[in-house]
Design a protein around this ligand. Structure first.
Ligand code: NAD
Length: 306
């Protein structure tokens, strides 16, 4: 079993750290937010009062932070875990950040004589809780072999995507599809309502037809059909609108660099950015359905259509 420093104990990092504890690892954690620290402590994480968080004893340092700037600040912090760690400590960043920032983080680690991988995840808060995440790993063969065991305590699929940054490239493409599909499913529910279609009936059809996707059957944006989806809890918890807006902006930035149009991705980026800025930043991103319904003037001028 390993000794692990875990920074960022939020919606994702909290349950991921808890699963490491369940698997028998020694986990020392740190988060800026008192509530995140309390939850982690209740799950068996030894909570530290500083960002270096036991890194001098750690086999692995895992970061699960909001943005690339947070990750680079932690890696560059002279009082942070990179400076405090042993030469054989391996750094794993599971946050979603840009390809360039992932390469910069690996470079900071290399300059300090440490190994590092980017290992962003897919599967959401459900996957983090159930230890069924998919990890998309960027690094060399030896680094990926070193981190595989610890990632398997938090996920069920570990995919080596290529060199440093390749994990983030896979993640950004995946989340571009996620944003577009959530917007499309939400538009379809709103249109269905306008046409007088019972949302449960639409769900029953679409979930077993060609519209089936994760945004519908796992994170359904309308309350009712999928009891575990954030829509049933006033869109609390889950994957914050601010984070999908960030990911879609990363996709647009990557597309600019690569010279590809990604028009649907850019439309989704605009939609979720406006939704976040309208006060929904902390709500689950499936709350886009409520915004689209408001734009459509509500659910209720229907029956003449049927
Ligand atoms: P979150 O906001 O719930 O958690 C991030 C945590 O990091 C917060 O608790 C915050 O207090 C803490 N933090 C910020 N700066 C810190 C620092 N310097 N030191 C220690 N802690 C610090 O976010 P989340 O939903 O857990 O997402 C984390 C990352 O995972 C993001 O990059 C996100 O894009 C990605 N992600 C999220 C999901 C999801 O469904 N929520 C899914 C896949 C990937």
């Amino acid at each position: 079993m390993s000794t692990i420093t875990f920074l960022g104990l939020g919606q994702m990092g909290g349950p991921m750290a808890a699963n490491l504890v369940k698997a028998g690892h020694q986990v020392v954690g740190y988060d800026l937010a008192p509530q995140a620290r309390e939850h982690a402590e209740a799950a068996g994480v030894r909570v530290a009062d500083r960002p270096s968080a036991g890194a001098d004893e750690a086999d692995f340092v895992i970061t699960m932070l909001p943005t690339g700037q947070h990750v680079l600040d932690v890696y560059a912090d002279p009082a942070g875990p990179l400076a405090a760690s042993r030469p054989d400590t391996v750094f794993i960043d599971s946050s979603t950040i840009s390809v360039g920032q992932a390469k910069a983080a690996a470079q900071l680690a290399a300059e300090a004589g440490r190994r590092a991988v980017d290992a962003p995840v897919s599967g959401g808060v459900f996957g983090a809780q159930a230890a069924t995440l998919t990890f998309m790993v960027g690094g060399d063969e030896a680094e990926v072999a070193q981190v595989k065991g610890v990632l398997e305590s938090m996920g069920k699929r570990i995919v080596h995507c290529g060199p440093h940054g390749a994990g983030q490239a896979a993640k950004i493409c995946n989340n571009m599809v996620l944003g577009v599909s959530m917007a499309a499913i939400s538009e379809a529910f709103v249109l269905g309502e306008k046409l007088g279609l019972d949302p449960q009936v639409f769900y029953d059809v679409a979930s077993t037809s060609s519209a089936q996707c994760w945004a519908l059957t796992t994170n359904c944006p309308i309350p009712g059909p999928v009891p575990a989806s954030p829509a049933n809890r006033d869109y609390q918890g889950g994957f914050a609108t601010a984070l999908i807006a960030k990911d879609l902006a990363l996709a647009a930035e990557a597309a600019d660099g690569a010279g590809t149009a990604t028009e649907f991705g850019r439309l989704a980026a605009k939609l979720f950015r406006e939704h976040a800025d309208s006060g929904a930043a902390r709500l689950d991103f499936s709350s886009i359905l409520v915004a689209l319904r408001e734009q459509a003037g509500g659910p209720d001028n229907q029956e003449q259509h049927l």
